[in-house]
Design a protein. Structure first.
Length: 332
């Protein structure tokens, strides 16, 4: 006798099929799709090398950073782990890039207690060598801005929608915020680092520089070094010499003069041809006019000489096209 009912066996088979298919997809993703992908640790090391950042690996310093982030819990939440810390020393401040995980509540929960998931987040922190005396500030809403921040830079801060700003004595931080459901954020971050702020996000340089620009706009802020620089593009244009320009202009002038001469000669030739045609037509019309006048004068002198031939001649004369105004025989 079977322990499970037919429906339960069917459900078990479906679950097994789903598990096998899922394992197959994971294997394809790991060994085929991501076969040539550089490991995260190597990519982070390359990032630190490219940006001249110091990697902080000391456990005590990582613990100090976890405690410091926990003190900013309004924006950092419940910090569960500090994964990576990078530092850039400047003349008047130290720039810290801290990647950490915070425990966020998920909609996936049991009836006993809610389920929490560790979400990866980023903190861009400036440690100023001397506290500028700015009032403490926590940006709990995207529309808020420090009172001393100029309006233009307050708008820039508002456009950094993924971050919230914090001022605490010599510390100024921009802390990324969770984006919706933790499980979805974890899946997106595993798919591509560009979904959410992080050390491997391609927009990291821009985000850091935007934060530095906002801090530098505060009254009494120290001079900060640029983090993101656009390499200048060298443009080489061959500048022609004066002799080359003169030769080019002379050739263009000669070509233009030749075109004008050719057009003038063509216009004169066309005018002469049209004038000769007009004179020829005038002469033909004058000859016909004189011939008609001679016939009319002859009939006037001898009316009896009029016969059928005169009528035919008159009909032929009447059928001839009348000369236009330009063919007037009286015109010189």
């Amino acid at each position: 006798m079977s322990i499970l009912s037919p429906g339960a066996w069917l459900l078990l088979k479906i679950c097994l099929i789903i598990i096998v298919v899922g394992l197959g997809i994971l294997a394809v993703d790991r060994w085929i799709v991501r076969r040539g992908e550089v490991p995260v640790s190597e990519r982070q090391a390359q990032l630190a090398s490219d940006l001249s950042l110091e990697v902080i690996a000391d456990a005590d310093q990582l613990g100090q950073w976890q405690a410091r982030l926990a003190g900013w819990s309004v924006l950092t939440g419940e910090v569960s782990e500090v994964e990576q810390v990078l530092r850039q020393r400047q003349a008047h401040a130290d720039l810290w890039l801290v990647e950490f995980r915070s425990s966020e509540r998920s909609i996936l929960q049991t009836s006993v207690r809610p389920r929490h998931m560790a979400v990866q987040r980023l903190a861009i922190v400036l440690e100023l060598q001397r506290a500028p005396g700015w009032p403490a500030f926590e940006q709990t809403d995207a529309a808020l801005a420090p009172p001393l921040l100029p309006a233009e830079y307050a708008q820039r801060l508002g456009r950094m929608s993924e971050y919230r700003m914090l001022i605490d004595g010599p510390w100024v931080a921009f802390i990324s915020q969770p984006a919706g459901e933790p499980l979805l954020q974890i899946v997106q971050s595993d798919t591509s680092a560009d979904f959410h702020p992080g050390l491997l996000n391609s927009a990291l340089r821009i985000d850091v520089q935007r934060g530095l620009d906002i801090v530098a706009a505060m009254p009494g802020a120290p001079e900060l070094e640029r983090f993101y620089r656009l390499d200048g593009i060298e443009v080489q244009i061959d500048t022609p010499s004066v002799s080359q320009l003169s030769a080019t202009l002379q050739a263009q002038r000669e070509q233009t003069a030749a075109q004008v001469r050719a057009a003038s000669e063509q216009a004169v030739a066309d005018f002469q041809r049209q004038s000769a045609e007009i004179r020829r037509r005038q002469q033909e019309n004058l000859a016909r006019f004189r011939e008609r006048n001679a016939r009319n004068l002859e009939r006037f002198r001898d009316p009896s000489a009029t016969d059928g031939s005169d009528a035919a001649a008159a009909d032929a004369a009447s059928s001839e096209p009348a000369a236009d105004a330009g063919d007037d025989p009286q015109s010189p």
